[in-house]
Ligand binder design. Structure first.
Ligand SMILES: NC(=O)c1ccc[n+]([C@@H]2O[C@H](COP(=O)([O-])OP(=O)(O)OC[C@H]3O[C@@H](n4cnc5c(N)ncnc54)[C@H](O)[C@@H]3O)[C@@H](O)[C@H]2O)c1
Length: 252
C-alpha cells in the first residue's frame, strides 16, 4: 500500500495497459480516476475497482480537448480531494494502420498527434496546479520503444512517441522546482488486445525473438515500473524514460 492516501488520474484507462495501470495504482492504495473517451468500458473498469473495495471514478474525457480535461481534473479533485499522480497513457493505438507517408491521411496524422502530444500537454498543464497544491507529485508519460526503432509505415505513431519522450525531459527541468517529477515508460511489445489485433503475428513473434528475455511481455509487467515511478522509491529520478522491453534497446 505504498500509495495509500494518494490520488491518481490514468488517461486511456478503459482497456489495455491503462486499465491495468488503474488497477495497480488502486491496489497500491491510491484513489483512481479512469479517464477515457470510451464510456462503457471505462465505467466497467471503475466499477470493477469499486467492487474490490477501491476508490475509483470514471470520467468521460477526451484528452485532446481542454474543456474536457479541465472537467475531469475538477471532478477528480471534488471526489477525492486533490491529485498527486498523473499517468498520460491515452493514445490512438488500437486499430491504427501501418501506412506509408503517401497513404497516411492528414486527418489521421493530426488525430494521433492531438491525442498523444497535445493530450499529454493539456493533461499535464491542467493537473499541474492540483499537484502544486499537494506540494508536488509525479507525472508518468507513456512512451514506446517505437520511438527508437523508427519502423517504416508508422510515422504518426513514432514521431508522437518521440515528442512524448522529449516533453518528459523539458517538463522535468521546468517542474522540478515545484516538486513535480516527470518520467516516461517506453514499453516494448505488450500483448494487449490492441497489439494482438493490430500487429501481424509474425511481426510480434520477431519482436519477442529479439528480446534478451525470451518471452512475451504482458500488461502486468508494466505495472511495477509504473508504481516505482509513481511513488517515493523513485524520488531521485526525473526526466528519464525507462525502457521496459525485455532487453531490446539499450541506451547509454
Ligand atoms: N501495447 C503495446 O505493445 C504498447 C507498446 C508500447 C507503448 N504502448 C502504449 O501504451 C498505451 C496503451 O496501449 P494499449 O495497447 O493499451 O492501447 P489501447 O489502444 O488498447 O488503449 C488506448 C486507450 O486510449 C484511449 N483513448 C484514445 N483516444 C483518447 C482520447 N482522445 N482521450 C482519452 N482516451 C483516449 C482509448 O479509448 C483506449 O482505451 C498507449 O500509449 C500505447 O501507445 C503500447
Amino acid at each position: 500500500m505504498q500509495l495509500q492516501g494518494k490520488v491518481a488520474v490514468v488517461t486511456g484507462a478503459a482497456q489495455g495497459i491503462g486499465a491495468e495501470y488503474a488497477r495497480g495504482l488502486a491496489e497500491a492504495g491510491a484513489a483512481v480516476t479512469v479517464a477515457d473517451v470510451q464510456t462503457g468500458p471505462g465505467e466497467e473498469v471503475a466499477e470493477s475497482l469499486r467492487k474490490d473495495g477501491h476508490r475509483a471514478l470514471f470520467v468521460r474525457t477526451d484528452v485532446s480537448d481542454l474543456a474536457s480535461v479541465e472537467d475531469m481534473a475538477r471532478r477528480t479533485a471534488d471526489e477525492f480531494g486533490g491529485i498527486d499522480i498523473l499517468v498520460n497513457n491515452a493514445m490512438i493505438f488500437a486499430g491504427l494502420p501501418f501506412e506509408s507517408i503517401e497513404d497516411m491521411p492528414v486527418e489521421r496524422f493530426d488525430r494521433v498527434w492531438s491525442v498523444g502530444v497535445k493530450g499529454t500537454f493539456l493533461a499535464t498543464r491542467v493537473v499541474l496546479p492540483y499537484l502544486r497544491a499537494r506540494g508536488g507529485g509525479s507525472v508518468i508519460n507513456q512512451g514506446s520503444t517505437a520511438a527508437y526503432h523508427n519502423s517504416p509505415n508508422r510515422l504518426h505513431y513514432n514521431v508522437t512517441k518521440q515528442a512524448i519522450h522529449g516533453m518528459t525531459k523539458t517538463l522535468a527541468k521546468e517542474l522540478g522546482k515545484d516538486g513535480v517529477r516527470v518520467n516516461c515508460i517506453a514499453p516494448g511489445a505488450i500483448d494487449t488486445e490492441a497489439t494482438l489485433t493490430g500487429v501481424p503475428a509474425d511481426v510480434l513473434a520477431r519482436a519477442v525473438a529479439g528480446q534478451a528475455i525470451g518471452r512475451q511481455l504482458h500488461t502486468g509487467d508494466m505495472v511495477g515500473v509504473l508504481l516505482f515511478l509513481a511513488g517515493d522509491q523513485s524520488a531521485a529520478i526525473t526526466g528519464q524514460t525507462l525502457i521496459a522491453d525485455g532487453g531490446v534497446c539499450f541506451l547509454g
